[in-house]
Write a protein that binds this ligand. Sequence first.
Ligand SMILES: [Zn+2]
Length: 491
Amino acid sequence: MNVTKAEYLPIDKLHPFADHPFQVKDDDQMDQLVWSILSQGVMTPIIVRLMGEGEYEVVSGHRRVHACQKAGIAEIPALIYTLDRDAAAIALVDSNLHRGYVKDSADKENWLIDEPAAEVVRKIFALCIAGRGPLQIAKQLEREQILTPTAYFHSVGRAATNPLPADPYRWSDSTIENMLANRQYTGCTVNFMTTTVSYKVHKTVYKPREEWQIIPDTQDAIIDEDTFNRVQELRENRRRPTATGRTSLFSGLVFCPDCGSKLHFCASKSLKPNQEFFRCAEYKSGRGSCTIHYIRNVVLEKIVLEAIRNLADFVRCYEPVFLYMMAQKTTVGKKAEKQQLKSTISISKRRIQELDKLIERIYEDNVLGKISDERFAGMSANYEAEQKSLIAIVEASENRLREMEKETVNLRLLLNTLRECTDLKELTPTVVNTLIKRIEVHNNDKSSGHCFVKVDIYFTAVGLIDIPTEEEIRRMIREIQANPGAYRFSA
Ligand SMILES: [Zn+2]
């Protein structure tokens, strides 16, 4: 399957995939997609198949094509695959067969949310946010007598790859892990995740993540984008229980600002719960290379609870001011950075093309004898080196742009959770995991005779926040009133 780089194709050269499996609906989500395309362009290329003579068949991305038509945009980025029609149809449908969706009985090529299964999917994601690991989730589902995916398929008479298991409630932690990592629950299609090497052994080889093709908005979402991204972040910071089996709400989230290591949660039988503490992993009872960075778990709980309450109070009383601050901090800064990145990308791409031409020209000059072999070798090496570094720059800039998209989405989850936190009496894993991205504990400072520990709390999506003083709030309200359009911020 040959993949070429994304190219901009004229919309009027695209033809819908005949009897394609997904309906394009003119609904609210379509309006959102149109707005997103108008403000940011099409972020993910569509997939097309060459039909010949500059005409293309859309394999995937019908919604984006429709949105571009509505938005009056003439061109769309596309990946052109050289697939025959059958292979294209298989690639499209195969990638959508998974738990949580079911074929529409009225239209065999339309996928609908399978509500009983989707409920289990949502429960698994919620349990993860609540701090449970895959094994704990598996055990809980077993206790609650929830059918495993294979048993469920059998129970409703759907085709399943595996035979009916002896124990229909025995979930494995790897099933849970796979479900927690399945981006398709956000409503997109992940194409070509696996590739079959040999038809004889029928062994499936997983492709590296960078080679996956992600196509948004191909079916209704079971899990929203924010929750999915938060779960991926939590899964990256896997938490280990201590020898005593006791865990802290903050395990995996606390870091040392001096050496960058995690702080270890220390709990032993000899310690009472209010004596459990964190210390830098590099300290090792004085033998390591870092200072202790000691803080008791109960103290950290108090500090974090107060920080969340203060922020929630501030947001409840002055939400426009909070959004104004975020807009200044993120959107304005981001707009400039985005602009910078986009211009870097386009300038670099132009130069890469120029270099191609230059290399071609000196090659011709060399063939015609206008420049010596030695000089040609030197010049072409220089051009190629420049090209290589430009390609790296383009790649890094494009990655950063994608990363920035992810950050704006998370603000919604933060605000929604904060709105529920104004009367918070006690921290829960869900609150901590949703709101807090990272905590840094500085080494205690005894220079003044008192013991001060500085703790930096990085909130999801917004990072460190200093709650403004009354005076600063009044100043910002005046600024907002003077220029109401300047802080427009979607959350
Ligand atoms: Zn350290």
